[in-house]
Design a protein around this ligand. Structure first.
Ligand code: ATP
Length: 375
């Protein structure tokens, strides 16, 4: 079974520590995504699985077969790993037809010519391009070239598919179509897939599980739902989707209910959290814009948190209204169903819709320092 096991992976380039201690297991047939900002070590992790980089420490095994084990001095070269890889640049040979491009990896594996014809046809058929096998890459659209690159990675039946930002060269519309198509294909083939992206929407839409990386570490591994609804750290909440952070101090705790005095406005809010934080400790309350609502000041519903705020800007964004509201010296973003509010409004949210993190986090640029805002 092609389960991928990565243990205590570390990689340094000179004195630059790019991977610190990365451990994860990918199940057979799973679509697993490495997500994070540029430079966090996603590609290096993928390249270590592919054998294009050699880790400084740690081990990788696929289906129980050791690919690399730094401690034991094991390193299997890339060509012996039988993995399919697609990069952001499709790297097709321009002077060769599509069929010839697909024949190359088969030639390397010494597959007989008659068998090659069937395999090439089948691989192109999987990506819906069997009719175009005689064309050259420049005679195909970007989206079609990307499918050819995928067909080339599938033609020799790899045990695992490794994809490094394969959709980033496509324009926004095509990218969304390609995303749906890739997801369907991966499910049909049931092939274990490791996907690298910095695009959170792509990660949420495609993955069975996502590993969020930061500074060479994995900060959370979970299903898209877990990553979005229960981010393990403020950094995850900020990177995946949008999030407001309100710093403060716990003033009382009753079971899971924490009452927090906010730094920004001196008001208190209640937050239900399984993470217990003792009274007196500094905390950060995180709430997504779509979990907040703005209402006219007189209309506060019962049982929710209510904060006095003023509208700074509002804009219509298609299905909803986006408000920036002022809470003391901080900006809070709200996605609301309520139109046309201005001036003094009440910001409301359910105590169960906020997350609580121990410690005060550094506020993101766009929420900080309202003193310069004059509206
Ligand atoms: N061959 C190399 N030699 C020296 N430094 C490298 C090498 N390859 C990668 N790095 C450095 O390692 C860090 C992580 O790079 P990596 O490509 O893994 O990040 P990433 O998360 O995939 O980012 P991106 O999305 O920009 O590719 C970066 O700081 C990069 O400059």
């Amino acid at each position: 079974m092609p389960e991928v096991t990565v243990k205590n992976l570390a990689k340094t380039f000179g004195d630059n520590s790019v991977l610190r201690d990365v451990t994860f297991t990918i199940k057979d047939g799973e679509f697993f995504t490495l997500l994070g900002a540029s430079g966090c070590g996603k590609s290096t992790t993928l390249n270590c699985i592919a054998g294009l980089e050699q880790p400084t420490e740690g081990s990788i095994a696929v289906g129980g077969r050791p690919f690399v084990d730094a401690g034991a001095g094991i390193f299997l070269p890339p060509e012996e790993r039988n993995l399919g890889m697609v990069f952001q640049s499709y790297a097709l040979w321009p002077h060769m037809t599509i069929a010839k491009n697909l024949a190359l990896p088969l030639d390397i594996r010494k597959v007989p010519k008659d068998k090659q014809r069937t395999l090439i046809h089948d691989a192109l058929d999987k990506v819906g391009l069997a009719a175009l096998s005689g064309r050259y890459p420049h005679q195909l659209s970007g989206g079609q070239q990307q499918r050819v690159a995928l067909a080339r990675a599938l033609v020799y039946s790899p045990t695992v598919l490794l994809l490094d930002e394969p959709l980033s060269n496509l324009d926004a519309k095509l990218r969304e179509q390609a995303r749906a198509w890739l997801k369907r294909l991966q499910e049909e083939l049931g092939i274990t897939t490791v996907y690298v992206t910095h695009d959170q929407d792509e990660a949420l839409a495609l993955s069975d599980r996502i590993a969020v990386m930061e500074g060479g570490n994995m900060i959370q591994i979970g299903t898209p739902h877990e990553i979005y609804e229960k981010p393990a750290a403020p950094a995850v909440a900020a990177f995946v989707g949008r999030c407001n952070f309100l710093t403060g101090k716990v003033v009382s705790v009753d079971g899971t209910r924490h009452t927090v005095l906010l730094d920004a406005s001196g008001e208190v809010v209640r937050v239900d959290s399984d993470t217990r934080v003792p009274t007196g400790d500094s905390v950060t309350v995180a709430v997504r814009p779509e979990r907040l609502e703005v209402v006219a000041s007189a209309e506060t519903p019962a049982g929710v948190n209510r904060l006095d705020t003023q509208v700074i800007t509002s804009s219509y964004v298609g299905s909803r209204y986006e408000y920036d509201v002022r809470l003391g010296d901080q900006v809070v973003q709200v996605l609301s169903g309520n139109a046309g509010l201005a001036g003094d409004v009440a910001l409301v949210f359910d105590p169960g819709h906020a997350l609580l993190y121990a410690d005060r986090v550094e506020l993101p640029e766009d929420q900080r320092d309202l003193l310069t805002v004059t509206s």
